[in-house]
Design a binder for this molecule. Sequence first.
Ligand code: SF4
Length: 344
Amino acid sequence: MKVTALTFGELKKWITEELGMKPYGAQQLFTWIHLRRVTSFHQMTDISLSARNRLDQVSEITSLDTCDTITADDGTVKYSFKLDDDEVIESVLIPDPPRLTACISTQAGCRFGCTFCQTGRGGFRRDLATDEIIAQLYGLQNSTDDRISNVVFMGMGEPLDNFPALRDALSIISDDRGICIGARKITVSTVGIPGGIEKLMQLDGQYGLAVSLHSAVESTRRKLVPVSRILPLRELKRDLMDYVSRKGRRITLEYCLIAGINDSAEEADALAEFADDIECKINLLVYNPVEGVPYKRPNMETVNRFMHRLYPRCQAVTLRRSRGSDIAAACGQLGPAARGTSSN
Ligand code: SF4
């Protein structure tokens, strides 16, 4: 049994029903794994020796070894982790005092093939299991003395395409018996896949939602985000409005400006109209070049013109600093060729 993957409720059920341990053992075990982040049952000194031996025989605690670490000029650190089957995934730690944000991957590769994204270009290899998602976060936390304050699921893969593992990881990460990062400090980023946002809104926590929009013109978006052919803008917007009203939380629209593709006045007007009746903020980002992709960064004059075109109708617009672009750890850069991180 991979105990790192068990939510508190699952852990309690397993140790009482399968191992005959007392229910309070679940709290001890959960705290050792998820708060103290030990990697051996034998370090769990308040659990009896016989119980520790039994746990050691029938289960394991997942930890991941880093196979590469690169630090950017701005302090962003990209980690590569090797999985048991030799897949390599990437995660990023982004210092922005007082915040320290961990950007986590949910899949090795991605099946959605967004045309600007390094991860998408490498194709899909497999979903990550819950314990692999959790072990990434603990690998990052163990590498620093500062406490990770925020988690964004914006690394490799489409989180809502691996929903069961994401759901359990969210439960474990936000559990106050463990690493305890509150739901409001966790953001799930998606390109918008059919049924995905609906599933996320069924969960209890008020998780942040960021949507990789990149164009509010259907034909442009289809070029950039091919899955939008089966979830057109009208349906995506309905899902977003439902999320806002169900969760009472403003969402984020991510918009990566690409020269000559989605940076025109018409595109700005379409974005303003799309965002008009959604409680949201718009994060503009300037495209980070990906090797082998013909897209280019717009110049700052175009970026400023686009931003000012939005202002009369959308007040909550920010131009996001791209972090870690010199080490291929910025948005859209994670993936096999760059050996940096991706994505949503
Ligand atoms: Fe996949 Fe996200 Fe990259 Fe699109 S942007 S290919 S959904 S990882």
